[in-house]
Design a protein around this ligand. Sequence first.
Ligand code: NAD
Ligand code: UDP
Length: 321
Amino acid sequence: MERKRILITGAAGFLGSHLCDRFIKEDFHVIAMDNLITGDLQNIEHLFKLENFEFYHHDVSKFVYVPGNLDYILHFASPASPIDYLKIPIQTLKVGSLGIHNLLGLARSKNARLLIASTSEVYGDPTVNPQPEEYWGNVNPVGPRGVYDEAKRFQEAMTMAYHTFHGLETRIVRIFNTYGPRMRLNDGRVLPAFIGQALRGEDLTVFGDGSQTRSFCYVDDLIEGIYRLLFSDYAQPVNIGNPDEITMLDFAEEIIKLTGTTQKIICKELPTDDPKQRRPDITKARELLNWQPKVDRAEGLKITYDYFKSLPKEALVNKEH
Ligand code: NAD
Ligand code: UDP
């Protein structure tokens, strides 16, 4: 039987590379696309030798062409960490608007099902906790995070419009903070930031008073949720994340224990519009996809810490701060 063909954008990034691995494992033909603006080819270089894997170095905000037929498209291309999207705000807005328009057009022409990576950031600084999919959010469009949040909100609206008006098969996953191997140590997100600091013998920087919360999902759990959503028949947004909520101060303490560092916690200024609380309501994922996270934080953090420890010493140099 012919292999199903799937296009994965953002394939050289953290989540994209894990998706490539998963669909290769499921015996798909994987067409990976990335412009490497925040990704790294090392994340997928182990796949280059396979006959059912190909890579296109391309910016999806420009016209996207893929020869042959396509069954599925996963749109994961986008800067994702606050320091990335603050550094490249226009590209972030473009990939969430021009990029999705190109991919929706491609999906239509190939009659492919398209799944987009949305985010808990569509809820902004939420006034309800946990956040169900029905919550419309509390986003500042002109604040520094607006470039990401509004791009993702537009991306959802555009995807839903193609679904409604063109009958295109679409899926929307709202991803909550996810972590695991292949995150960049210097991408500024809290987990690599703390582990990097511990490994370099620096103090851990908690922003604000550290009372803000996040809920961290291990990458394998997220990938399983996305896999199930893609093959479900549900076109409305679905939250995928781990509801185990923790304050950033407690999280820093956990990393100190995990790494055995003797460094202390220091407080730094809280970034503008930093959400105060975030926790997914995963009722829909449980009911529709029979999905729930399996890896608890202690186990996931240990795997991730071992990964960071195994990196060559040069990877520890903090180039971005
Ligand atoms: P990442 O930065 O590791 O990966 C993003 C990839 O997209 C990179 O390889 C980058 O080079 C590529 N890219 C960016 N702009 C592009 C463009 N115009 N054309 C082609 N490639 C482009 O980030 P990630 O954590 O893997 O995030 C992947 C997706 O998941 C993003 O869409 C992000 O918004 C979403 N997401 C991630 C999380 C998380 O916790 N990791 C949470 C919510 C949503
Ligand atoms: N944060 C922190 N110290 C750091 C980096 C981040 O205290 O060195 C905080 C940040 O202010 C936020 C939380 O950790 O409240 C999660 O930040 P991250 O950038 O990982 O993701 P997001 O804010 O997008 O959820």
